[in-house]
Design a protein around this ligand. Structure first.
Ligand code: SAM
Ligand code: SF4
Ligand code: SF4
Length: 372
């Protein structure tokens, strides 16, 4: 197959590509997008299901009893995921994050982790494999995941206040179980653990300082995330976003902070540390301070669609390509062609893009489908 054969086997959203052909080996020229961003991070959603119904992600009214989740044979198998990952790694990916839905609901996840942990970069380095979870099953799974080769976990926790947390997860899941999961994960060595708190004004912003106090001086790094307009079902409104500048102001008033020099250029989280040496926090300002310029992430949905932006409306069906028996070389060509054509910068252009989508009637994909 030529590159154009490969591309024509994909659904029609891929732009026509002309010129050089790709190959399965590393070639940084091929895997740089139109804004000069290399491909470095792969986020894999292993399930679209979740045992929580967080109000900003899977509101109950939409994700109710009748919601049509994917069926088992629609999911990418572990072998298919590993194959995709291997090809992505051969072409620049160095970090893999498993997500969902709730990734710990995917049966045998540790088996997938162990398959991914065997992969190496072209120069022989191990892959940085992490997982984002709501923590509900972490206490039971942490040891097996660690043994399988998982390096780190990020745990979502939106409040320490029982009533607030349960109102946000909307399934009455208790705070204590998540905290226990975090401690078990730490004890087995799945660190450094990051704690993600999504802020929604009027829902949990009153708990910002309490959260900061709780995790100050602990081994965990708390990160505050601005509520994003992902998907089409969370009823996002700008006035429900708590800007990171406000988070820093509120914490700093009680627990003095100073900004930390970034670990690397384009770090999504801006780091701050307590002046008294009590550790650090991070703020992720996806809405008020976009970081598209340094976005090196590609996302694979549970059913094998490749998305080059969290705010995309459509993805490229790599499962179809794999199930028609394409070679690794052809898969690499498709991946390369998609990445080279990428020009996504939704957050940079948020207002204009929102207007455009409203006019076209387009629907953004859901966070629970593509993973955070
Ligand atoms: N279920 C896992 C969890 O909650 O950690 C993994 C998937 S979840 C979609 C990944 C991350 O996305 C979580 O930290 C969650 O809080 C965040 N998230 C979901 N919807 C969001 C939104 N609208 N704005 C900002 N973050 C969001
Ligand atoms: Fe589930 Fe995570 Fe979405 Fe909450 S944020 S509903 S835990 S997928
Ligand atoms: Fe990356 Fe898209 Fe988010 Fe910009 S809006 S940082 S391109 S995922």
């Amino acid at each position: 197959m030529t590159e154009s054969d490969v591309l024509s086997a994909l659904p029609p959203i891929l732009p026509a590509v002309s010129g050089s052909t790709g190959h399965a080996g590393i070639d940084s020229e091929l895997f740089v997008d139109t804004l000069n961003r290399p491909l470095r991070d792969l986020r894999i959603s292993v399930t679209d299901r979740c045992n929580f119904r967080c109000v900003y992600c899977m509101p109950k009214e939409i994700f109710g009893r009748d919601y049509a989740f994917l069926q088992r044979d629609e999911l990418l198998s572990f072998e298919e995921i590993t194959r995709l990952a291997r090809i992505a790694i051969a072409n620049g990916v160095e970090k893999i994050r498993l997500t969902g839905g709730e990734p710990l609901l995917r049966k045998g996840l540790e088996e997938l982790v162990s398959m991914l942990a065997d992969l190496r970069t072209p120069d022989g380095r191990e892959i940085d494999i992490a997982l984002t979870t709501n923590g509900s099953a972490l206490a039971y799974k942490a040891q097996a995941l660690k043994d399988a080769g998982l390096k780190r976990v990020t745990v979502s926790l939106d409040s320490l206040d029982e009533a607030t947390f349960q109102a946000m997860n909307d399934v009455r899941f208790p705070v204590a179980k998540v905290l226990n999961g975090i401690d078990v994960a730490h004890a087995v060595g799945l660190g450094p653990i990051k704690i993600n708190m999504v802020l929604k004004r009027g829902q949990n912003d009153q708990d910002i300082v309490q959260m900061a106090r709780h995790f100050k001086g602990s081994p965990y790094i708390l990160r505050f995330i601005e509520f994003m307009d992902v998907g089409s079902s969370n009823g996002w409104k700008m006035d429900e976003v708590v800007p990171s500048s406000e988070v820093i102001r509120r914490i700093n008033a009680e627990l003095p902070l100073e900004e930390v020099v970034p670990n690397y250029d384009g770090e999504t989280s801006v780091r701050w540390r307590y002046r008294d040496g009590g550790g650090e926090i991070g703020v992720i300002s996806s809405v008020t301070r976009s970081f598209c310029q340094s976005c090196t992430r590609v996302r694979v949905s549970t059913e094998g669609r490749l998305f080059t932006c969290l705010f995309a409306t459509e993805g490229n069906d790599l499962r179809a390509l794999m199930r028609t028996g394409c070679t690794d070389d052809e898969l690499a060509q498709a991946l390369g062609a998609i990445w080279r054509n990428r020009g996504d910068r939704y957050s940079d252009l948020r207002s204009a893009k929102t207007r455009e989508l409203r006019q076209s009637g387009g629907k953004k994909i859901e966070m629970s489908y593509i993973g955070g």
